[in-house]
Design a protein around this ligand. Structure first.
Ligand code: IFM
Length: 468
């Protein structure tokens, strides 16, 4: 039976931050302005057949040219924090070492604009837009990409590290590695399990090399974090363990414990021998974190495939042929009970409660923050006497339940520091292009007009009802 989270009072402790999140390629547009050069997502989205309708991030929400009005919008909503990402090839064109004044200037104005409005800047250094030159040199399966990432982190924090409150090294390395190099659903669209696992390690290493650079270059004693998307797996025990090893512990164990787990190495041994892990890497990767970012949307249900019928893969990720599950060929992902969002993802707030409690049991001293949670629904614009409105009751209900689940987890002892809703704006949803709307603010892709949805009004109300 499902727990009903709707009646839980959404009162959070002082200091708990509530806000919203976006990512550079999904909203900025201005793909070739201010010296910005292509990332793997520019190349991928411009390759026929890779995205829905051939959509690209060339213009997206045109946030680059709507910066001031978008900042005013965030202030009107009362956001306490805004999580954004920095485009590597905007601040270091051509993956070079010379900072672009225009590119860095854009993020400097963003950070100043947030601070002027009393909004906490939470900056992510990598949300999947690898400079194309680095992919041409081998991409994340190549060790030197991790070293280049640490240099990029250093240059960026030298420029903004007097003002950014929280630095997040990576967003969802799971997607960057397994969808980018395993299934091929994300840029750069490669489909090789061994490459995907090498990418996992080099993303972990990139984090480990960047954290000391951030701490060295920042002058305001920021929080340092990484954001992971967790797979909350239900079903048959052995299959659950396999999925957790590959999807979750491939990151949490090196990042937070300084090791790769034996069961992960064993279950992937036919794919790779992990010889890309060099002496000292795990010590480098294992850095103290001020906060661990948690992205959560839905659950998966798994069981061991007995081969008697065609294997099903309802894992919530676009199927373009390759597998994002190297070494787990004998696991199938079963269809789940609804209701579903427009992504086809099941709505399961209990998964968020379970995840937060489980992370806090595994890592008792580690503060957590929900850095993404939200839902895509096919919104309808209604004309009213007060102007156009989006009555997105389904999205609001999703958020009510998930905020309730987080509050319940806190009552069970979880040290949760904040909650950021994905996303502030409707935006470029990667392989799904503009066909999926996650925003609490609607974007009209013809006019770039913003319409505040009812879910954003609800979020403003939750923020307003917190004690100062
Ligand atoms: O849009 C993405 C985001 O870029 C990363 N996390 C999941 C979101 C919804 O798919």
């Amino acid at each position: 039976m499902h727990t009903d989270y709707r009646d839980i009072p959404l009162q959070f402790p002082p200091g708990f931050v509530i806000g919203s999140a976006t990512a550079s390629y999904q909203i900025e547009g201005a793909a070739a302005e201010g010296g910005r050069t292509p990332s793997i997502w520019d190349t991928f989205s411009h390759t026929p057949g890779r995205t829905w309708n051939g959509d690209t991030g060339d213009i997206a929400c045109d946030h680059y040219h709507h910066l001031e009005s978008d900042l005013d919008l965030m202030a009107r909503l009362g956001l306490e924090a805004y999580r954004f990402s920095i485009s590597w090839s905007r601040v270091l064109p051509n993956a070079g070492s010379v900072v672009s004044p225009d590119g860095m200037g854009f993020y400097s104005r963003l950070v100043d604009g947030l601070l002027a409005r009393g909004i906490r800047p939470i900056a992510t250094l990598y949300h999947w837009d690898l400079p194309q030159e680095l992919e041409d040199a081998g991409g994340w399966p190549n060790r030197s990409t991790a070293e280049r990432f640490a240099e990029y982190a250093a240059r960026t924090v030298e420029a903004l590290g007097d003002r950014v409150h929280t630095w997040t090294t990576l967003n969802e390395p799971w997607c960057a590695a397994y969808l980018g190099y395993g299934s091929g659903a994300h840029a750069p669209g490669r489909t090789n399990g061994a490459d995907a696992l090498a990418a996992v390690h080099h993303l972990n290493l990139a984090h480990g090399l960047a954290v000391p650079e951030i701490r060295r270059a920042a002058t305001n004693d920021p929080d340092v974090s990484v954001t992971l998307n967790f797979h909350v797996a239900r079903g048959e025990e052995e299959a659950v363990r396999g999925v957790e090893a590959l999807a979750n512990r491939a990151f949490t164990s090196p990042l937070l414990r300084g090791r790769y787990d034996d069961d992960l190495l064993a279950q992937t041994s036919a794919v790779t021998d992990w010889s890309f892990v060099q002496d000292g890497d795990l010590e480098r990767i294992h850095q103290p974190l001020d906060v661990l970012g948690v992205n959560y949307y839905s659950t998966v249900t798994v069981r061991t495939w007995d081969g008697s019928a065609e294997k099903v893969r309802n894992d919530g990720h676009k199927d373009v042929g390759g597998s994002p599950w190297p070494g787990l060929d004998d696991v199938e992902f079963l269809p789940q009970e609804g209701p579903y969002t427009d992504m086809g993802w099941n709505i399961a707030p209990d998964g968020l409660e379970d995840l937060l409690v489980s992370l806090s049991e595994q890592f008792p001293a580690q503060p957590l923050m929900v850095t993404e949670n939200g839902a895509a629904f096919p919104d309808v614009v209604t004309e009213t006497a007060d102007g156009p409105r989006v009555h997105d009751a389904d999205r609001t209900d999703y958020l009510v339940r998930h905020f309730g689940a987080a509050r319940r987890a806190m009552d069970r002892g979880v040290d949760l520091r904040g909650y950021l809703v994905w996303s502030l704006l409707d935006n470029f949803e990667w392989g799904y292009g503009y066909s999926k709307r996650f925003g609490i603010v609607r974007v009209d892709y013809d006019t770039r007009e913003r319409i505040v949805k009812d879910s954003a009004r609800w979020l403003s109300g939750v923020i307003a009802q917190q004690e100062a």
